[in-house]
Design a binder for this molecule. Structure first.
Ligand code: IPE
Ligand code: IPE
Ligand code: MG
Length: 234
């Protein structure tokens, strides 16, 4: 099988990585940025068309204010520092999630990055920030109800068009690092037929080799989508 067109990653385990080293959790988040840079580069090299990463969930507001502030600043800084490079490498950046509730300076940065990279076509990177799968489905419903009067028009294709990102709705491979085996409200609609891959590595320890391993496992999977195996497959 081919390289997955859309890979989604739940980048989990930053806090535990840091605590095991006697460091504050914030150091784990910082180290996680380095992994994100490596994996983005590797995905582009391997020909993945879309990479979606989970950076901050609608549930992460439950964390202490100091950690939330740290994550907000880190996100803002990371985007600012990467805009030029993304443009050079022809990577389009999108931030998926609820804009309401985010500080005004962050919204400004997001708009700027999206605007500057909008015509890049080599690869798309979606950062899920203040993202929740349920919130997204609610937002889709709200928009459809205000735009359409006829419920017969609502089908999968229409819902795909109303998602936060309508370019790559179907996730083909979903990776979660950090050992937990759950979705934590990530891409509920888009992952309906995703192949799931769990790694025990904490996100800061995940690297190009681990990513390649996940892709190799994906390639061997037999995807049936509710149908029957293809000729020659079991
Ligand atoms: C994932 O790492 C990053 C975010 C949720 C922002 P965690 O911060 O959840 O790290 P662990 O799971 O506590 O180790
Ligand atoms: C999921 O990780 C969210 C992100 C990676 C941004 P969490 O650490 O928040 O998820 P739970 O709490 O283990 O489900
Ligand atoms: Mg976690």
């Amino acid at each position: 099988m081919k390289i997955p067109s859309h890979v989604a990653i739940i980048m989990d385990g930053n806090g535990r990585w840091a605590l095991e080293r006697g460091l504050p959790r914030s150091k784990g988040h910082q180290a996680g940025i380095k992994t994100f840079e490596k994996i983005l580069k590797k995905s582009v090299e391997m020909g993945v068309r879309c990479l979606t990463v989970y950076a901050f969930s609608t549930e992460n507001w439950k964390r202490p204010a100091a950690e939330i502030n740290f994550l907000m600043n880190l996100f803002q800084e990371t985007i600012m520092n990467h805009i030029d490079e993304l443009c050079e490498k022809k990577i389009r950046l999108k931030v998926i999630g609820r804009r309401e509730g985010l500080p005004a300076n962050i919204i400004k940065t997001i708009n700027k990055a999206e605007e500057k990279t909008r015509d890049n076509r080599k690869c798309q990177v979606n950062i899920a920030f203040n993202y929740g799968g349920r919130a997204e489905i609610i937002d889709v419903c709200r928009k459809i109800v205000s735009d359409y009067k006829n419920e017969q028009l609502i089908d999968e294709e229409l819902i795909n068009k109303y998602l936060y990102d309508d370019n790559f709705p179907d996730v083909e491979l979903l990776i979660r690092t950090g050992g937990e085996k759950r979705l934590s409200n990530f891409l509920l609609w888009q992952s309906a037929y995703a192949e799931l891959y769990f790694s025990d590595k904490y996100w800061p320890d995940f690297d190009e080799k681990e990513f390649e391993k996940a892709i190799e496992v994906f390639k061997k999977r037999n995807r049936r989508f509710g149908g029957l195996p293809e000729e020659g497959e079991k």
